[in-house]
Structure formats: C-alpha cells, structure tokens
Write a protein that binds this ligand. Structure first.
Ligand code: GLU
Length: 511
C-alpha cells in the first residue's frame, strides 16, 4: 500500500507572504487535496535574529483568506506537534551528535574572530570569499584538526561550538526532481554548513531534514532558491539512515518581472501590492507599510486562480479555474521549468473575470464593507444587489464598485457641467423641465417605461434622443460613465431622479 501523501509548507516567520510563497502553498495544497493527503504548515523559526513579530499570524490569515486551511499546524494542532521548530529544539541535538559519532559531521570551536581571520588569510583573487570546506577545515579549530583529547577537554569545559557537516571531497549526489528530472551536484562545491548552532538551535538544514522525516512528509515542494541546499539535505537523509523515507522533491520556478528580465523583486512587489494583504508592521528600512492584493481589491478566488497559472497550465487554453477544478486538474509535471512571468495587468484581467463570474449574493458583503469605509451606509441590500448586477462587468478590482456606483447611494459629489454646457440651449432646458413633470406624474418606474417616455417627449419636441442622453447621464451620475442611463434612473427612484435633474437645471441657470 502506498503511503498517505503528506506535504508541508515550511515558512520562516520573517515578513509578509509574497506571490512566490503563496504559490508554493497553493501547489502543496492542490497536490495534497488531489491525493486525499494532508497539508501541514510548519513554522521554521530557528533563526531568531530574523524573527518578525506578527509574521506567523499573517501567514495563517493569508492561508485562510485564500481558502487553504492546513490539516496540521501550530494553530490547528495535529499528531506531530509541536509544529514550530523553536519548540522542537531539544529534538535535534541527538541527531547532530549521531552524525559526529558516525564521522559525517564534526564539532567546530572557531570563534567569530577565527572565522574572520580565515576569510582574510585565505582570500585570493581566484577565491575572494573563502568557505569553511574540505580545503580549509583542517586548518581550523575542530574535531578533525584537534586531537581527541583536546576535543574532549574543550567539550568538558563547555566551550561554545557548532556542529558542521563534513561534505565529501568529490562525490556526486543526485536526485529526481518532479519538475526538473535528474539533478546532480558535485559535493566539492558545497561548504561545510553549520547544522547545530552554539546555542543548541539547529540550522534550517538539520531541522528541515529531521522534521520532514519525523512528520512523515512524502513530498517537499519549495522555491527554486532552495535548490543549492538540496545536496546538503540529500546527504543528511543518507547519513541519518533515512534515505528510503526521503520525500520526493520539486523545486518551483522563480516568478519573474513581466518582461521576463530578472526575478520579481521585493521592490516590484511593494509597488504593485504583491503581498497578499497589508502587513501589520512597517518595513524597518523604508518605514513604509505595504498594501497587498486584498487591499487592491482582488477576490480570493481570482488570486488563487492567477497564482495557479504562474508556471502551470492544464494543457488547454482554459485560464479560469475554480479551486475545485484546480484540485482535480493540477499536476506537477505540467509545471514549467522556466521562470513564470508575472504581469499585473493580466492579474487584473483574472480579477475582472472573477468579478463577472461571482454571484451577486457573494459580492454584497465585500462591497458593503468598502462603502462603509467611505462612510456610505447602505441599508437596502436589495438595491445594493441590483446595483452590483448592473455595474459588475465594469469593475476590475473591488474599489471600482465605489467609483462605478456610489452615485446610486448619494448625490454625485461633482457634476461635469462643462461636458454639457457648449451644446446646451433653451430647447434642451425646456425638454428637461417637461421631463421632470412627465416623470413626476409617471406611475410606472421601470427602465423601459422611462426610456419610452423620454423618447416620446424628445420626438414631440423635435429633438434627437441621442443628444439628450448625455446631459441626462451627467445629471444623474455626475460624469460620463456608468451603466444604461434609464437603468440608473430606475434604481435611484422617482424622487432622486427628478431632484437631480432639477438641481442640474438650476446649476445651469446660475453658471
Ligand atoms: N524555511 C524555508 C523557507 O523559508 C523552507 C524551505 C523548504 O521548504 O525546505 O522557505
């Protein structure tokens, strides 16, 4: 029987989640759900110097907003708790010691000053940043270069030390990446990474292997930036005797700028709102708070959809997918090896498609909140639903609903008189005065009734309806935009329609 699929997203709580990180979550999530497996979130917080307060909370809120709820996590619990590496600290030392005992790792007693001296002393034009590796390890203070007695004494005296992996001199380690196929590394190129720090905390390298093993992870999907670490991890799986249990790896391609020129940077991200939503903290360097996709008015379903399409497709032209469809159709072998270009205009296209596709009832709450933020209280949900139906095809991001429809709920803030004035004359003035009367007497208030009356009256006055429609729109809306003008009048009602026409006429008189 094959093992139950268990995948993990293993973020370090060092800041907000950006596109690449959330896409990693999504691919993990889709794979888990497709295979009836478990989706685990493990917080990799062993590097306390990079810890950002609030970041973990942010990660969970993001996942919730996207609809990707973990099966196991520090928040949701689970059989392999704790899921925060800092809380698993006591667990790692024995594996580091085991590696030393088996000759795969060693204790290193070098001080910061020793390390700095090494970097200066062995610096050459060919090797500007010397690494702690096979060529230098014998020259440093560690359990390889020192005698057994010295090492015992140093350890007995409680001398601060780290544990380093002893990278083999000239070995090839290979694995089969689910996206890239066979990937090989020469071990000589990798330095002797620290596995356990002087404070007893493991580094990422040791912790990720121990935890993936103990949490019975079957597949590990992570960003391409982790590919250079893979040889260290592969060797650790082997050295700890767990090779048969090693998860299958997939390293996801980078996300590139729209022109494909380079990796999408944090700066591009901040400019375009790439974090999923605003962070509760300000950037310590720029002192700026960032807004994200949520604040820019993206729907979660659209965001998930556009993320999935960053580097994946189902082999057809289909671009709009629900989460359920993605779960059914996702496959790792259709993820491209090359970087995926992120284009903000295309992202907005996805959102527009999703706004059109989303039932009005589901949009009502989102839009009501936006109006409330603008101090426009909406008491009539039926009216709001009708308005949303009328304008949704014109809205690309949610705040567009405000600009496209606030005039339904309050008088237009400004009225573009200049757009009407050049062609305004007494005849038109007369027409609208009569229109007010006709509308006031009208006992039918449907869009087609209003249009019929409007056209009959314009014919009687020998005016072209086409020339009168723009002024009517400006009167009701304030500017040259919005859905069908009689649809607007029908929704704002008799009283408001007549009032807006009257106000406009008096404004014209005094302008
Ligand atoms: N803690 C790593 C990160 O922050 C996890 C990498 C991995 O998934 O192995 O991305």
């Amino acid at each position: 029987m094959s093992k139950k699929v268990r995948v993990r997203f293993a973020p370090s709580p060092t800041g907000g989640l950006h596109l690449g990180g959330v896409r990693t979550v999504l691919f993990n999530y889709l794979f888990a759900k497709q295979n009836g497996g478990d989706f685990i979130v493990r917080i990799e917080d062993t590097d306390q110097t990079r810890f950002v307060d609030g970041a973990e909370d942010y990660i969970f809120k993001t996942l919730e907003w996207c609809g990707m709820v973990p099966d196991e996590s520090p928040l949701h619990g689970g059989p392999f708790a704790p899921y925060r590496q800092s809380e698993r600290k006591a667990n790692y030392r024995k594996f580091a010691d085991q590696l030393v005992a088996d000759g795969f790792a060693y204790y290193a007693f070098d001080t910061t000053a020793d390390l700095e001296a090494m970097r200066t002393e062995y610096k050459t034009p060919e090797n500007p940043s010397p690494q702690y590796n096979h060529s230098l390890r014998e020259k440093m203070r560690n359990s390889i270069s020192l005698s057994a007695q010295e090492v015992t004494n140093l350890l007995a005296a409680g001398t601060p030390h780290v544990v380093r992996i002893k990278m083999p001199l000239n070995d090839t380690v290979s694995f089969n990446d689910m996206i890239r196929g066979e990937v090989s590394f020469n071990t000589a190129q990798v330095d002797d990474k620290v596995l356990l720090k002087a404070d007893g905390m493991p580094t990422y390298h040791l912790a990720v292997v121990v935890d993936d093993y103990q949490m019975q992870i079957t597949h590990a999907f992570r960003g391409e930036e982790w590919l250079p670490s893979a040889p260290v991890h592969l060797l650790l799986w082997k050295y700890l005797g767990w090779e048969a249990e090693m998860p299958q790896w997939a390293h996801l391609p980078l996300i590139l700028k729209p022109d494909g020129n380079g990796k999408l940077s944090k700066r591009d991200g901040d400019r375009l709102g790439f974090p999923v939503f605003a962070m509760d903290w300000t950037d310590s360097k720029t002192n700026e708070t960032t807004v994200g996709f949520k604040e820019h008015g993206f729907l979660p379903a659209a965001f998930v959809n556009l993320l999935a399409m960053l580097g994946w497709n189902d082999g057809s032209d289909q671009e709009i997918f629900t989460m359920q469809e993605l779960i059914a159709k996702f496959s790792m072998d259709r993820v491209h090896k090359g970087g995926a270009k992120f284009d903000y205009e295309k992202a907005k296209w996805f959102n527009h498609e999703w706004i059109k596709k989303t039932p009005v009832a589901e949009l009502v709450d989102h839009i009501k909140i936006l109006f409330a933020q603008k101090n426009i209280a909406i008491s009539n949900n039926d009216l709001l639903a009708k308005v949303i139906e009328l304008v949704k095809d014109r809205c690309t991001v949610l705040p567009d609903f405000i600009s496209q429809s606030s005039f339904f709920f309050e008088m237009p803030a400004t009225v573009d008189i200049a757009a009407v004035k050049p062609k305004w004359d007494d005849k038109k003035n007369m027409f609208f005065t009569e229109l007010i009367r006709a509308y006031e007497l009208s006992n039918q208030w449907e869009s087609h009734d209003l249009e019929r009356e409007f056209k009959e009256l314009s014919a009687a006055n020998d005016l072209k309806p086409g020339e009168l429609m723009l002024p009517l729109r400006i009167m009701l809306v304030g500017g040259k935009f919005g859905p069908g003008v009689f649809d607007i009048a029908a929704l704002i009602g008799k009283e408001d329609t007549c009032k807006r026409i009257k106000d406009f006429l008096s404004l014209m008189q005094h302008s």
